[in-house]
Design a protein around this ligand. Structure first.
Ligand code: F6R
Length: 612
């Protein structure tokens, strides 16, 4: 949540900052702002709304082009309305310090009271402005700017990343991290600092990940990193990023979301690559990362949102194939309920970004209880990837659309491999079922089906886009998919949608059904198909409209006059989930597109939820 960027080099900073912010807008887009050094003083420009509003303002302020050091911010509002007054950068009382901040200062109210008593005045409602004033106070009584900056950060509780620019040392950027991502980009005679790699990838691929309790002083041709506590200098490894901007661009598609949905066959292939070996008898899964894993007695999966849904989907498969009792929990609940965990329980933290605050906190809690933790992440070098004992990368490539699509597909692929891997340890018959072969065939099969699915979903979307409510029903492994289908529809089209286990409808939710309340029923060809048919029957009997998602090797009972029968290719029952997932993603995409919604940047959302 919130994207921050800083530049210290020899080129005009304003264009580098706005370009960087354009790659961070997925983290929030309630307002944007930049601060630069101009004629020895700080020049701050901000605007409410998206980055384009700031860019329009900057066009008329050409004098800014001269500054070669600056900081920028794109906001996801936490404290204070998304207005210009609350936009970052925020200034200290004397106007000599500007900061950009991602995260929440939990004790800001207490600090504000203290500062008010000392005569400080605040313009905004934000916790960030309080931090700017606190830094000013601490610097005034410290031996150096760096020392004062560190003292202020030590007093700020919560999760944050912050970058500071001061007119007293215009040649240095100061940065600090506490549980929110922050990385340095190391260039030639220019250095960068940002919340995520795409902000500076066009300029450098060499990256240093800051850890919690670390601060950095960044000059254009040098950088130093210190521990927050004792200000002792730290050695840091420079990582080289191998992916390029091409994979973070729209590639001619109107939205990142559709590009990412259509990439899924490639994503599955990449996720399988190198993880399947041929033995004389058969092909089997190899997960080298897990070679030193002790076979767990139980498994706990934690995640949020779409990643939680992927975990729920994986639970079925892992229990079935490996016999390991598996529980799945929403990370924000898990972290606060003092969960009972045995030390030989394995915890799997599922997160696309690897930065979700609640999932990271759940991981840390599991570690304090002595559990081994696997991070199932997409973003290389992210906090969860670094803090987990073992990391399994999903290989989906950068996911830019705020609504997650290909990440879930890759998580399901990796969870399938994990289920087989854990299964093969104990259960030699795990490969009697042709699931792995079906998984290997999936990319080509899905790729071949996509054009027709695209066309059908666009037609269907037009027909249902006037609905105000939707149920998504599924059973067994299709239940988590129903949750995900509903989440996708509501987050990008703003149509209210709920996912339910189909068998639960009669316990209350069916009361809402009438001819204006459509139901999307997942009737895949598995053992629960007849049960889902009965649930569809119950909806139809209440004049509900039904879209039934079926496969061409299962025929719906003739007495079920569903409104739309969407027929997907026949395949292995588990693999059919990937088709169902894609179908629902496409449906949501086309509904939102038809309604003219802001698909890649839906209102009130941000890609990486680094606050709780
Ligand atoms: C929904 C969505 C969110 C994320 C959730 C967890 O489309 O994107 O629900 O899935 O915020 O994010 P990660 O996977 O980065 O931990």
């Amino acid at each position: 949540m919130c994207g921050i960027v800083g530049y210290n080099g020899y080129k005009p900073a304003v264009s580098i900052l706005t370009e960087g912010l354009s790659h961070l807008e997925y983290r929030g887009y309630d307002s944007a702002g930049v601060a630069l050094i101009h004629e020895g003083k700080l020049a701050v420009h901000k605007a409410a709304g998206k980055l384009s509003a700031l860019e329009a303002k900057l066009d008329t302020a050409l004098h800014l082009q001269t500054g070669t050091t600056g900081i920028g911010h794109t906001r996801w509002a936490t404290h204070g309305l998304p207005e210009e007054r609350n936009a970052h950068p925020h200034l200290s009382q004397d106007g000599k310090i500007a900061i950009v901040h991602n995260g929440i200062i939990e004790n800001f109210q207490e600090l504000k009271t203290e500062l008010l008593a000392k005569g400080h005045h605040f313009i905004s409602d934000t916790d960030t402005e309080v931090l700017a004033h606190l830094i000013e106070e601490e610097i005034s009584s410290s031996s150096s700017i760096c020392d004062g900056f560190a003292k202020a950060l030590r007093r700020a509780h919560g999760a944050y990343a912050v970058v500071m620019l001061t007119s007293d040392r215009p040649d240095v950027l100061y940065a600090g991290r506490m549980s929110a991502p922050l990385l340095l980009g190391i260039g030639q005679n220019e250095n960068f600092v940002a919340s995520d790699v795409p902000a500076f990838l066009a300029h450098t691929r060499d990256v240093i990940f800051l850890e919690d309790y670390e601060i950095a002083c960044i000059e254009k041709d040098a950088w130093k990193i210190f521990s927050l506590d004792g200000l002792s200098p730290l050695e840091k490894k420079v990582h080289h990023i191998t992916w390029d901007m091409q994979s973070a661009s729209k590639d001619g598609f109107p939205h990142f979301m559709i590009k990412e949905i259509l990439e899924q066959p490639r994503v599955i292939k990449d996720c399988l690559a190198g993880r399947i070996i041929a033995t004389p008898d058969r092909r089997q899964v190899t997960l080298n990362e897990l070679n030193r894993l002790a076979f767990p007695s139980r498994l706990r999966i934690v995640g949020c949102g779409t990643s939680y849904h992927a975990g729920l989907w994986g639970q079925h498969l892992i229990e079935k194939l490996s016999g390991i009792p598996t529980a799945v929990e929403i990370a924000s609940e898990f972290r606060y309920r003092d969960p009972l965990l045995c030390p030989d329980e394995l915890v799997l933290a599922v997160s696309q970004s690897g930065e979700t605050a609640d999932t990271l906190a759940a991981l840390r809690l599991a570690k304090t209880k002595g559990c081994q933790v696997i991070g199932l992440c997409n973003v290389v070098g992210s906090s969860i990837a670094r803090e987990a004992d073992i990391v399994l990368y999903t290989q989906a490539g950068p996911e830019i659309s705020v609504a997650s699509t290909k990440a879930m597909c890759s998580q399901m692929t990796l969870l399938s491999l994990l289920a087989l891997f854990l299964g093969q340890e104990k259960n030699p018959s795990v490969y009697d079922d042709p699931f792995l072969e079906a998984l290997i065939a999936l990319p080509d099969q899905l790729s071949a089906a996509l054009p027709e699915m695209q066309e059908y979903s666009a037609r269907l979307a037009k027909r249902y886009s006037a609905a105000h409510n939707f149920y998504y029903l599924g059973r067994g492994q299709c239940y988590p998919l129903a949750l995900e289908g509903a989440l996708k529809l509501k987050e990008i089209s703003y149509i209210h949608a709920e996912g339910y286990p189909a068998g639960e409808m009669k316990h209350g939710p069916i009361a809402l059904i009438d001819h204006n309340f459509p139901t999307f029923a997942l009737a895949m060809n598995d053992i629960l198909f007849p049960k889902v048919e009965s649930n569809i029957q119950e909806v139809l009997a209440r004049q509900g409209q039904v879209i039934a998602l079926v496969q061409n090797n299962n025929s719906m009972r003739p007495d079920l006059p569903v409104d739309d029968l969407w027929v997907l290719p026949s395949c292995h029952p588990v693999v059919s989930s990937f088709f169902a997932l894609t179908a629902m993603q496409l449906f949501s995409y086309h509904v939102a597109d038809y309604l003219g919604k802001d698909i890649d940047q839906p209102r009130n959302l941000a890609k990486s939820v680094t606050v709780e």
